[in-house]
Design a protein around this ligand. Structure first.
Ligand SMILES: [Fe+2]
Length: 310
């Protein structure tokens, strides 16, 4: 077994063949933020087995640009060859996953790397004025989920149960007349890692990219479904978006995939994204989004505890 790191005290690479316990995974994840399991899986079943060492509950992402494979909670990543800026997954809602598992079935020869970023490094590099205003005001996300999206996140669940669940997690939710779900989520853009250090996950700048390139995230659907502003409802200035975008470029760490590789990312401390690639090339990266028992949203993914539609 040979180990190495992909960044400065960041991202450990474990080369197969190798057996690992959940305790060891936790230890590495806490120390290095993400783990690359090199040449680890022969098939989707190997990927599933490894991902289930840490949790037995997974979020099924509702975006139409993702396909579910095998069983609902293993999905493809956002379709298309475009670059996606570094971000935390779903931190615009109270049901963000704890673990992002990625598995490479095929990778382009050139480009298409999954990109990784250390949230602690990003926090430390933000200007003091940006840190100060974001700490002070917090941020507010406005989300509108389409009917098909809701069905994927909360299969066969009554509307009243969805509202109640989101409300208990700190979001203000309501169903609109057209059956879509609108919810507001006010939060801090910062959180702390296990050592108590501040981390920034940049869910702000991906909203900027989303607004400029709706097609990438929603194909034909032109409805603006995700918006972000300061917690007091005022607009975030362009200068802050630009600063975050530039820092994301500066600290990005690309990982060149090989078939059979798996990457595990701590979705509260490490950001992910992707580099663009030639659309003529094939890229199949699968994802599973794990929820640990201490996650406030854990109960949402235990169907018996939510009242199902009759
Ligand atoms: Fe993502």
């Amino acid at each position: 077994m040979k180990e190495n790191l992909i960044g400065d005290n960041f991202g450990i690479v474990l080369n197969a063949p190798y057996s690992i316990s959940s305790k060891e995974i936790h230890k590495y994840l806490e120390q290095f933020g993400c783990i690359v399991f090199k040449n680890w899986a022969n098939n989707r079943e190997d990927f599933k087995t490894l991902s289930e060492l840490l949790s037995d509950r997974f979020i099924t992402h509702g975006a139409k640009v993702r396909r579910s494979v095998d069983h609902e909670s293993t999905q493809t990543v956002t379709k298309g060859p475009d670059k996606i800026i570094l971000h935390f997954e779903m931190h615009y809602s109270p049901i963000a996953p704890d673990y992002m598992w990625f598995y490479c079935e095929s990778a382009p020869k050139k480009g298409g790397e999954t990109t990784l970023g250390n949230g602690k490094e990003l926090y430390m590099s933000l200007s003091s004025s940006t840190k100060s205003v974001l700490h002070d005001k917090g941020i507010l996300y406005k989300n509108i989920w389409a009917k098909e999206t809701i069905e994927k996140y909360f299969p066969e669940t009554k509307r009243s149960s969805i509202i109640e669940a989101l409300d208990s997690l700190g979001a203000q939710a309501q169903f609109l007349d057209n059956g879509e779900l609108q919810f507001f989520f006010r939060t801090s853009p910062f959180n702390k890692d296990s050592r108590g250090d501040w981390v920034f996950g940049n869910t702000i700048a991906i909203h900027h990219q989303y607004k400029k390139n709706l097609k990438l995230f929603q194909e034909q659907d032109q409805t603006l479904r995700h918006e972000v502003c300061f917690g007091d409802g005022t607009q975030i200035p362009d200068s802050i978006f630009t600063e975050i975008e530039e820092l994301s470029e500066k600290f990005v760490i690309p990982y060149k995939w090989q078939r059979g590789d798996i990457i595990l990312v701590d979705n509260h401390t490490v950001l992910h994204g992707r580099n663009s690639y030639d659309p003529k090339e094939e890229r199949e990266i699968l994802v599973r989004m794990g929820i640990k028992p201490s996650n406030p949203a854990h109960f949402l993914f235990e169907p018996k505890k939510l009242e199902n539609a009759s």
